[in-house]
Every structure is written in C-alpha cells, then in structure tokens.
Design a protein around this ligand. Structure first.
Ligand code: ADP
Ligand code: MG
Length: 792
C-alpha cells in the first residue's frame, strides 16, 4: 500500500508539469515499475515500458490510467492479495479454454462445445433468449398465467376422461387444494404422485373462478428453483439438442459466469457507466445468467433490467464506435477531388429522355458534393425498385470521367451488368466516353484487350460483374467505385475492387432493398445515406390482389388475357424441391402445372440449383420474348428490366416476406404497360379465424394497400420480425449480435444512446488513446468485418 501511495504521489506531481517539462521527464518507467510491480494489468505494463519516449499527451494519458488503477485498488480496501494477482491476469482470462475449467463436468463441457462455446468470453456472452420464473411460490398468491415451482402434498391421483385429459392429481399446499392435469396415463405418474408424498412440480397456473390448476406440469426431482435463463441455439445451425443438453449448458454457464466474471475487464468508459447508471461488467454478466432471486420477471423478459441494458448498450456501442471510427478515418484519407462541370451536367440532364424527379436531383447533388471534396465519399443510395438509381450513377460517373479519372461499376450478375452497360451507353452517348463491359463470358482474348485498355487508361467507365475484381484487372487511375445491390457482395469483394485504386476511391453502393431506419442505423453507421424516395411521374403502382386457390381460374383467365395482348408473365414459387416436412409445391411441379394450364404457350423454368450462366441464358431468352411464362423460384434477379412483362404471380404468397414480394412485383409494369401482381394463398386462409393466419392475411393486405417499399419494410419488421430483413440488410457484413434484438423496444432506445455516445467519443478522442482496451476490443471484433482502415 505504501508503495502505491508513493507511486501515486509521483504520478500526480508529474501530471502537474507542463508539456515541455513533461517531455523531458525520463526514467518514469523504472521508478514506477519498482513501486507497483504486480498490480497493473498486462497491457498497461506494456504501455508503461515505453512511456519515456512518448509525447507529452500520451504520457499524460498513460499516467492517468495508471493513477486510476491505483485509486481503484486503494479504495477497494477489501481487495485481497489473491485478487490482486487475478487482476494481473485479466486480459488472459477472456480466452481461457473451456477444457481448462476444472469445475465443469465432462458432460457440461460437451454441451458447451455443442453450441460452439470455446472459451470464457464465448460463455459469458451466450445469453438467454428469455427467462422462466421457476421460483418457489405460494399457490394462493399466483395469478392466471403465472408460472412457478410448487411444493405440495399429493391428496389423490385418479384416471379421468375429460376431453384430452387422462389423469387428474389433486394436491394441497398450505391448506389450498388445486389440480394437476395430464394428457397421458403412463404408470410412472402413479408412482411419482403417491398419496401423501410431498412433490415439487413446475408449470403455468390456470385460474377458472376459484379453481386453480396446472396442465401438464413438469415433475422435478432435483433442486430446480429460481429464475431460469432459457438458452437457445444460435444461428441457423442444424444440430439437434435435447432439453437435457440445455440443462447442462445452463448449469455450465452459471458456474463459469458466477466464478470468473469478476476477472472480465470492463471496457466501457466510466463516465458512461455513471451517466446511465449501468452496473459494472462483472455484475452484469453474473446477473444475466443468474438473475437475482427477487427480480421482476416481466422486466427481465423485456430485457429492461440495468444489467441487461448495460450489455445491450455495450454491444451496440462497440459496433457504432467501430463504424464512427472507420468513418472518421476514411475522412482523413486523401482522395480524388472532382471538379464538377455544371454546364456539362446540365447538358447531360437535358439530353435524357425524361425529367429527373426531385428525389433524383437531391440525391445527385448529395453525391456531387461528396465527389468535389478531397476525401473519399462513402455513401449508400437507397431507392425503391424503379426509382431510377442507374441514371444517377451514370451522371455522377460522367463527372468523374470528365476529370480524367476512371470509374468502375460492379453488378452481381451478368445480365444486370449488361443492362447497366446499355443504360450507361444510352444516357452518356453524346459525351465521347469509352465505356466497356467486362464479364466472365468474354473470351480470354477479349478480356486481355480490355485489361490492357483499362491499364492504359483508355477505358473511362468499366461496367462488370465479379470479373472486375480479378487480379488481372489493373487501373490507371480508378477514382470512383459504384456497387449495385450491395447486399450481394461481401466486404472482401468490395475491398478488392476499391483496393485497385491508388488512393481511397469514392465509393457508392446502391440498393433496392428497403432497409428500415433502425436497421440502417445499426448496420450502416459508417456510411452516409441518400434515399430516392419518389418514383418517376406517371409510373402506375402495380395492381395487387390476394387470390385464394379456389379462384385460380380467374387468375388463369387474367394471365391468358395479358399473354394474348403480347405481354409476359412471371410465376414465383418459394422453394425448389419438396422437402419431407412441408407440402410446398415445388417450382418443378409448378412448372408442370403451368404448362398444363397453358399448353399452347411457351414456358421456361428457372431455379436456384442452376449455374449462373444457365440462369443468365434463360433470362436473356425470356427478355427476347422466347417464352410467355417464366416459372421461377425466388432466384429471379432483382433489378432486371423486362419491360414487356406485366404479370407477377406469387405462389404460396404466405411463405414470403413482404419486402421480398414488393421487390418481385417491381419487376412488372416497368415499361409502358400496366402491371399486375397476384398473391396466391391456400383456401384455409379464407374466413380464417386463427390468429396466425389472420396475421398473415393482414400482412399481405399491406401490399395491396401501399406501394411504398420503406413503409412495407417497416410493417414487415413489425409483424414478422427482424431476422429476414436483417439478413439482407447486413449480409456481407456478418455482424451477429449476442444480446441485441432490434425488435425489442429497449434496444432501440439504447441504440440512440449508443450512437450519440460513439459519435461524441470519436469526436473527443478519435484515436481512443484514453481507452486502449476499448479500442482493442473494437478492432478485435470489427476490424475485418468492417474493413477498418488501419492507422497505427
Ligand atoms: P432502379 O432504381 O430500380 O435501379 P432504374 O434505374 O433501373 O431503377 O430505372 C427504372 C426505369 O425508369 C429505367 O427504365 C429508367 O430509364 C427509368 N427512369 C429513371 N428515372 C426516370 C425518370 N425521372 N422519369 C422517367 N423514367 C425514369
Ligand atoms: Mg437497379
């Protein structure tokens, strides 16, 4: 203790020096090391080793941290010798392997392994999805629907025949009688519930008037009381897991968290903990796995206790911090400053066959503003299908090309790349640019030529598929990268394209997948955002109707009418092959079906098992009107323009997400013809009363009511859950949360806070110099996933 006091005096004195004096101070490392050896966490030690050579600001920061640490120890008088040693081990405990935990039984280790938990940190953050109230309760005090564990005496066990109920057990607790009902009459019931035996059961209490009962209670023969975390499998894993395994998992997680969470470092700045009243990390981890006995179960299941809030906040905060950090550092990168030639721009806009919408003008201006700065643009342009993103991309590309730089446009499929190419050539024909298409289907010789021209700077704009990111493609001066349907590309692929630039290029990603605001906030905090929220004038909304199976004849009549008018028809099925479990009509079967219904017409089949070239070939043939009907699974390419198509039939519409259907129907009615979309649902939905079916119908009706992709996405999120949309929104980023759930109200509130605090912290301390541990965690987790520019 004395040494610590001495160290503190030295530090405080040194901190009072001005910068000039401070820069001259040497030998700090040795002096302090002698005084406080064995006290500091490992990484602080390392910092201390090098302190003499550092700048005054860095010296100050490290000294402050050491000082804080000493305070921590001096104030915690109860801290024993033992614990001090553990603090030293702090950073190592995070990754302690499960196999090294002696207190775990082999069966518990196996359970952890089964769900993918490898080390202490994995275990701490394998968080219950919900909680079950299994506390010991008094039957007299529980209300209808409440759960609990009840200790009671058996009065009578008898076979009965009341509907499905086969056995009734009358039990008594403190003079109050109630019944347990079972749907089966297996012999063990009669041994377990022997007359006068005291038993423990768990279940949900039902109250009818004065009568209380529990249907199918669980019979407990070991101590099984308290509030229980209910753990579930993460991700879309196929492993089967028994309730027995889940019990082992729970026990193991409780053991590890209660014993080792104290060694887990707290990375949140203490000013944040204070401001929000969050408990420290150790307490939070312990409580989340084993909530206090007197916790309010509803609050717990809403994830609104302080310790849950802290963990949710932390997860959101680190992601936001990573995004803001990235954004900050990108803005420090030199890029290509583009001079915008307004006369040329006006000429280009005038030469278009249509007038730009106000939304297009606004977004174009946002992009051009970005381009004319000397740091890189990093922008997400969202716009509903048909909102006209391509022309905006073309006009901005023109500006960059006319500055003598190169532009690359990457699309996910050959047919889309083709379409963009045609559009670019068409929109920019007057301006004497060399625009080239680069896709996998070019011959080796053609490719070589294009590679050479790109390298020599002869190509101004190159539009292509993944072929653009091949090693052979080298640019002379790539300044602008445009990526269409961003969710189809991974971080790695995007990076490979931007890395072909000699500086950090301007980057714009475009998407037609409406991303609800909350998702955009969570996953795209590093990007600036533009929304084209207006469709071109005169664009008629696709007429959408829900039809029941028994109305199929009407559908065929309508389809035939359209085909006779010369139009084409899309038919979409949800799955390719009949799986054992579901009775889905497969696209194959559907294809047969449609051919029978239209024997005199031509029909194509397109499905997910086909190779990309095969799909492209079929799409091209369909575009060339070689068939009237295209039966497809959902692989049909978002963004492909088939101006002659007027009908979109969605089979088994109840199996689709709304946004997905909305995207699909955006394929029709794009040309001069009116578009129709038919949502086919089974007859069971007619006059349905079951809540789930009613809800499904209610969802589908949203599509009939509105044509606004964002409104639909929001509703979809509300009614169906985040999973689907999150999938599209964040794919390519591989961000998975361990506690955050963007559907939960509390998480949204905390997200606003997390964004605010992350922005604030990056503004104050962009390098996170004062928070090395926080920085380390952030980079560990998101450096690769977000492709954070690495600045030493
Ligand atoms: P998306 O945003 O889905 O990529 P596109 O860029 O493919 O939409 O545009 C859809 C169609 O609308 C194209 O045929 C395009 O030429 C046309 N278009 C774009 N902007 C306008 C506009 N302002 N007025 C009329 N038509 C437009
Ligand atoms: Mg498009």
């Amino acid at each position: 203790m004395e040494n610590l006091q001495k160290a503190k005096q030295i530090i405080e004195k040194t901190l009072s020096y001005d910068d000039i004096l401070l820069s001259r101070v040497k030998g700090l490392s040795n002096t302090l090391n002698d005084l406080i050896y064995g006290v500091l966490p490992k990484d602080l030690y390392e910092d201390l080793q090098y302190i003499d050579g550092l700048s005054p600001a860095k010296k100050r920061a490290i000294l402050k941290m050491v000082n804080d640490y000493i305070d921590l120890i001096l104030n915690k008088k109860t801290l024993k010798q033992q614990e001090k040693k553990d603090i030293k081990k702090l950073p190592i405990e995070r990754f302690r392997q499960i196999t090294e935990f002696k207190e775990l039984k082999p069966i518990e280790k196996r359970a952890l392994k089964k769900v993918g938990i490898k080390n202490a940190e994995d275990a701490f953050f394998y968080i219950p999805k919900r909680y079950e109230d299994r506390r010991l309760k008094d039957i007299q005090k529980v209300k209808d629907g409440e759960t609990g564990t009840f200790e009671c005496k058996v009065i009578e066990t008898k076979k009965i025949n009341k509907g499905k109920i086969k056995v009734e057990v009358v039990v008594e607790q403190k003079g109050n009688r109630f019944s347990l009902y079972f749907f089966h009459d297996k012999p063990f019931l009669f041994t377990f519930f022997r007359k006068d035996k005291v038993v423990k059961i768990f279940g949900k209490v039902k109250v009818y008037g004065k009568e209380k009962s529990i249907l199918q209670p669980e019979l407990l023969n070991e101590d099984f009381e308290g509030i229980f975390g209910v753990y579930s499998l993460r991700g879309d894993s196929n492993i089967k897991i028994t309730s027995q395994t889940l019990n082992h998992l729970r026990r193991a997680l409780i053991k590890i968290s209660q014993k080792y969470a104290d060694y887990y470092p707290d990375i949140l700045p203490s000013y944040i903990l204070e401001k929000y009243g969050f408990p420290d990390i150790s307490e939070s981890i312990k409580n989340i796995h084993k909530p206090p006995e007197n916790e309010n179960i509803d609050k717990l299941n809403d994830f609104e206790t302080d310790y849950q809030k802290r963990l949710i906040f932390q997860e959101l905060f680190i992601l936001q911090l990573a995004q803001k950090y990235k954004k900050y550092h990108i803005q420090k990168e030199p890029s290509y400053k583009i001079k915008i030639d307004l006369d040329l721009l006006e000429e280009a806009i005038k030469s278009l066959p249509f007038e730009l919408t106000n939304a297009q003008k606004r977004v174009l201006k946002e992009i051009l503003d970005d381009l004319s700065r000397d740091f890189p643009m990093n922008r997400l342009v969202q716009g509903d299908v048909g909102s006209g993103k391509t022309v905006i991309a073309a006009l901005s590309a023109l500006m960059v090309a006319k500055n003598g730089y190169q532009v690359a446009v990457m699309a996910p499929t050959e047919i889309l790349a083709n379409q963009h190419y045609k559009n670019f050539v068409n929109f920019l024909q007057k301006f004497n640019l060399n625009i080239k298409l680069l896709t996998g289907s070019l011959s080796q010789k053609e490719k070589k030529e294009i590679y050479q021209d790109i390298k020599d700077g002869k190509v101004d704009i190159v539009i292509g598929t993944h072929a653009l990111i091949e090693d052979d493609v080298e640019f002379k001066n790539l300044a602008f990268v445009i990526i269409d349907e961003q969710h189809r590309f991974g971080v790695e692929q995007r990076k490979r394209l931007t890395d072909k630039s000699h500086k950090y290029p301007h980057t714009m990603v475009m998407t037609a997948t409406p991303i609800p605001r909350t998702m955009a906030l969570a996953y795209f905090g590093d990007l600036d955002k533009s929304i084209i929220d207006e469709l071109p004038k005169g664009r008629k909304p696709v007429k959408t109707a829900i039809l029941f199976e028994s109305e199929r004849n009407y559908l065929y009549k309508k389809v035939r009418e359209e085909i006779e008018k010369g139009r084409q028809v899309f038919v979409i099925y949800p799955l390719i092959e009949e799986s054992e479990k579901s009775d889905l009509k497969s696209a194959m079967e559907g294809y047969k079906h449609w051919k029978e219904a239209f024997p005199d017409k031509e029909a194509f089949l397109l499905h997910g098992k086909m190779k990309q070239e095969e799909k492209d070939r079929i799409m091209r043939a369909f575009l060339a009107k070689e068939a009237h009907i295209l039966v497809s699974t959902t692989v049909i390419e978002v963004g492909v323009d088939v101006p002659n198509a007027s009908v979109m039939v969605i089979e088994e519409a109840h199996r689709f997400g709304l946004s997905q259907i909305h995207q699909l129907r955006g394929r029709v009615g794009r040309g001069q013809y009116e578009g129709f979309c038919f949502l086919m649902v089974p007859d069971e939905f007619k006059n349905a009363t079951e809540p789930s079916r009613l809800k499904t119908l209610e969802r589908l009706k949203i599509l009939v009511r509105t044509n606004d992709g964002f409104k639909i996405a929001e509703e979809d999120l509300r009614l169906r859950g985040a999973g689907d949309i999150a999938g599209t929104a964040q794919s390519g980023k591989n961000i998975d949360f361990s506690i955050v759930d963007l559907e939960r109200p509390i998480d949204l509130i905390l997200m606003e806070d997390a964004i605010k605090e992350a922005e604030n912290l990056i503004k104050q301390d962009p390098e996170l110099t004062n928070f090395p541990l926080l920085k380390q965690y952030m980079l560990e987790k998101y450096k690769d996933k977000l492709d954070i520019v690495n600045i030493a």
